[in-house]
Each structure stands twice: as C-alpha cells, then as structure tokens.
Design a protein. Structure first.
Length: 557
C-alpha cells in the first residue's frame, strides 16, 4: 500500500484532534510519512469536527478529498463525509448511534457497539476514540504491541484505561487488509507551530510573549511547557498592545524576544511595530493568518496578510518578512528571522497560517538547513556612545541597557544620533536615510541565502508560483502534471534577482494563493513580471490535491 487516507470525525469534545494524532503516530511507526489536516468550528463543544490523516511512502504536505477509511463516531460524520469514500473503503462506525446509508462497491463496514463497550468498561465518553482506534488497527492488521507502545507514550497514566477500551474495539473488529511495515527511517511528527517554537529556541530567543489567538496559541502553550528547560520567559499579558510594548522593552534590555498573534491582534500591534522601526528595536512577530475581515473564520486558514504585513505601521521603515511552507522551513526561518532582526535592528515577521501552524507533518531534520550566520553590530566601547550612529550601512553599533558606560536612548520621536528628539529638517532626512539604508544592505546580504526554492520539472515552460503552506500541494500536483514550482521564502525585501532567475525558460506563470486578490501576484507585477493566471481559494480551507490538480490542468492548457 503506497498511501492511506483516514478521516475521523465527531462533535467537538470527542477528542478528534488527539485521536488523529495517536492514529498518525501508530502509522508513522510503520515508516510512513504523515500529514494531518484538521477542520473544526469556533466552538468549545458541539459542532462538527474532523481530521484527515494521510500516510504515504513519500514525503507529503497536503490532504486528498477521497479517503480509504472513515471512522464515524456520530451520525453527522457519516452523513457529511460518506461521499468521500473510495471503492473498497473501510468504514468503522459506532453501531449504537450511526446508521449507514449507501456505500461504494466492495466497502467494508465494521460496526462497533462503542456506547455499550464504554458502559461495560465504566469509561468516559472521551474514550470512544480509543475504541475506534483499536478497531482500525485490527482492520489494517497493525501489531497490537505497536498500539500499546504508542498509547503508553501518549496517554501516560491514562494509557491503561484507554488500552482496555481500545482492546475491546480491536477484538470486535474484522481484519480487512494489511498495512505493511516499511524499511524507512521513522520520523517525528511536528506541527508547524511546534517547529516554529523550536526554531525560535534554537535561535536563542529568551522571551516569548503572546495573547492567545488562533492559530498561534499553540506556540504560547509549547513555550510555556518548555520554559523551565530552556530558561525562557513566557508571558501572557492582557492584550496585544501590551504584548508588543513588553517585547520592545525586553529587546531594549538585550533580550532576544518573539511574539505571536493573528490578524486581529496584529492590528493592535501596528503602532508598536512602527515604534520598533523608529527606535530600531528588534523583534520577531509570528503572524498566523486566518480569514478576515474582522473575526472572519477564526479557526480556518488564509494567506491574506501579505499586503498588511508589508505596509503595517505609520511611516516608512525596513522590515524582514518570510513565509515558511512546511515545518522544516518554519524551523529554519524562525532562527533566520531572529538573527536578521538583531543584526539589522528591525522587526521581522514570520507569515504562517492555520494550515501550516496546526497541520501535523513528518519532520525530516536533514531538510532544514542552518541559516547563514548573522553577527550583531556591537559597540566597541571607544568614545561616547551614539545609539543611532550614522554609518555606511545604517546599522548602529548596539549596546543594551543597563550599561554604566553608555547612555542608551530609545526614542519614538525623530532624533539625532544620540537619540535626542529633533525637528531639524536636514537631520530628520539624514536619520530617515540612515534607517532605510539598512534594507538595501539586507537585500544584498540575502543574495547569499536561498530566498527562492525551485522544484518539480525544472525544464517545464509552465510554472506554479506559491508561497507559504501551498508549497506541499503545489509540489505534489506539479509532479503529476510535469510542471515547475517556484516558491519565494522571503517576501520582503523581495528577492527579485533570484525570482527572475527561477523564471528563466518559463512561458506561462500560474500563481496559487489562498486569498481573493492574489497578493503575491500583485507584488511581482510591480517589477514588470508577467502573471498569466491566478488560482485562488478563499473559503478558509486549503487546496486538496484533487482540486488543485484539476484547476492547474485547466490553467496550464
């Protein structure tokens, strides 16, 4: 079996997210590469939630609409998703509450009296998913000892009770097929948020500050759990204004600091972002995108904040913006963003989204490169300290408060080299030129980094252009259609030279974006680059492999 897609669904509160992760961990231990797509409403309990666990012999980062197996923990799951079933699909369902309708040919329905089993075992309703997982493992001939190892690792003290329920499901189910053991290295499973957090820690972050907001809240939770181990300050202030100002205060005192938010929270941070630009205080902002305007679809995904991130904050000042497409890139770019912020004393924005942040992937550390070393410009302690000293590159030597030998200003007003407020015209121009000069040198610095990735059929005259989490689905679709894929990792300063190099030999350029206005395509049009077609999706859901294949085939024709 080259690949397998399993959909597990129920109402919010059924533990669907954890169940899908446990299932993925079991299959991952057989050597398969994993991707999990999560779909849930903005409700604590109730509503319909589901996950699609996809496993493949090869690395994947996208889901498919059609599934090989359906685990229906309630009637709604079967009613909504039965159309996804392939021929010969396995259907594991709660026979105490689910009535099956029409099924594809050669289907293999397995009814498990989950409610009765839970009653007999005196188990809580949340354990219904463990019962279904046990049945799934029997249906696919997965060795019970593997199930036990994963349960003990995941559930801890609760493992015994969950295994008892899972064993009842296992004994009740029938064997349908065999999911064989692969002779491949077993890779760990990470979400994009976890990889981002680990990248920040690897990059030397000393403080993480955030007000919880989907889809970056899991970073706050991860950092809180890791705080003692890595000597981190992890703070949850009262709102996003406090977040950004607290972060800038820590940066002033020499602490490497990052914050996390989504579009609504970033709105509140924009004046602080501008303060970062004027006072030249470094900070990394993880901006998890979700559909707007306003609250929009708070638990779904989009790529709608590129324009916003590029222009947020009053006035003109340099910034660094990067968009990872998978956990390996999130790990790499989080470290890179910290280094660049502290070298150039500018804000950096890491554009992620719900699809990447809350998606789960097999993480291959060999695919995550080490970022190019970026050294901070430190004061040499000769002469009187000038916090905003003007020089060729615009990067002032850095000293951090408190320092007995230096007066270190941080001024939101226009100021001179010492940080003293000024309204003198010539001096105001001089200092603005000094700040903007940093972006030119940053752009030169980035020429030595891989800012644009090329994959797929490099000789194809038709290319898909994507950014962020659309990377995975574009690479898979391009492989089947013989297309090239161009993926800019860095979006500001835009790597025009590398992007034009990637376009050599391409006659048709197709942009793939999860927004309604093709924001990246608009950006490259400014540089005179031809955009032949845009494939856009803006309903909050990511492209499936089947959907993008059909739309890309039409656009490439």
């Amino acid at each position: 079996m080259d690949e397998l897609s399993v959909l597990i669904g129920g109402k919010a509160g059924f533990g669907i997210d954890r169940a899908s992760l446990v299932l993925a961990q079991i299959v991952s231990q057989l050597g398969y590469r994993i991707y999990i797509y999560r779909d849930y409403p903005s409700l604590i309990r109730g509503g319909h939630t589901f996950s699609i666990v996809r496993a493949s012999k090869d690395k994947i980062a996208a889901h498919k609409d059609k599934v090989d197996a359906l685990i229906a923990l309630n009637q709604e799951t079967f009613d909504i998703h039965s159309a996804r079933l392939k021929e010969g699909a396995v259907i594991i369902y709660d026979s105490d509450s689910v009535k099956l309708g029409a099924l594809p040919s050669r289907s293999k329905p397995i009814g498990i009296p989950i409610a009765a089993i839970l009653k007999e075992e005196k188990a809580g309703e949340i354990m219904r998913n463990s019962c279904a997982i046990g049945a799934f493992c029997k249906a696919y001939s997965i060795d019970w000892s593997l199930v036990e190892r994963v349960f003990w690792k995941d559930f801890g003290e609760e493992a015994k009770a969950n295994l008892q329920v899972a064993s009842r499901g296992h004994k009740t189910a029938d064997t349908c097929t065999v999911l064989e053991l692969l002779s491949k290295e077993k890779l760990p499973l990470f979400t994009g948020n976890e990889a981002t957090a680990l990248g920040l820690i690897k990059g030397g972050v000393k403080a993480y500050i955030s007000y919880p907001m989907t889809p970056t809240s899991p970073i706050l939770h991860f950092m809180a759990r890791a705080a003692d181990k890595f000597d981190l300050k992890v703070i949850h202030p009262e709102n996003e204004i406090a977040v950004i100002l607290m972060a800038l205060g820590m940066a002033y005192c020499g602490q490497r600091v990052a914050v996390g938010t989504s579009g609504g929270g970033f709105c509140l941070m924009t004046e602080g972002l501008s303060l970062s630009g004027m006072a030249e205080l470094p900070v990394v902002i993880v901006l998890g995108q979700r559909p707007g305007p306003s609250t929009g679809l708070p638990t779904y995904s989009s790529q709608t904040e590129l324009d916003f991130a590029s222009s947020a904050g009053q006035g003109e000042f340099p910034r660094f913006i990067a968009a990872p497409g998978d956990p390996e890139e999130a790990y790499y770019l989080a470290r890179m963003a910290l280094d660049i912020s502290w070298k150039y004393q500018i804000p950096s924005i890491l554009l992620t989204d719900k699809t990447l942040g809350e998606g789960t992937y097999s993480f291959d550390p060999e695919l995550s490169k080490e970022p190019r070393e970026q050294q901070e410009e430190l004061w040499d302690r000769i002469g009187t300290y000038k916090r905003y000293q003007d020089n060729e590159r615009g990067i002032s030597p850095l000293a951090n408060a408190p320092d007995r030998e230096a007066v270190i200003k941080a001024n939101s007003y226009e100021h001179d080299e010492y940080g003293i407020t000024t309204e003198v015209a010539d001096l105001a121009k001089k200092m603005q030129d000094k700040r903007l000069r940093k972006e030119n040198y940053l752009a030169i610095d980035l020429e030595y980094c891989e800012c644009v990735k090329v994959s797929g059929n490099r000789n194809s005259k038709t290319s898909l252009v994507c950014w962020g989490s659309n990377k995975g689905v574009c690479i898979e679709v391009a492989s089947s259609l013989g297309l090239k894929v161009i993926q800019p990792l860095i979006l500001k300063p835009f790597p025009l030279k590398q992007f034009k190099k990637a376009l050599e030999g391409v006659e048709k350029v197709i942009f793939v974006e999860s927004n309604a206005t093709s924001q990246l395509a608009k950006e490259v049009l400014r540089y005179g680059i031809t955009v032949n077609h845009s494939i856009l999706k803006y309903d909050g859901r990511p492209f499936s492999v089947e959907e993008l294949t059909e739309r890309a085939r039409e656009a490439a024709a």
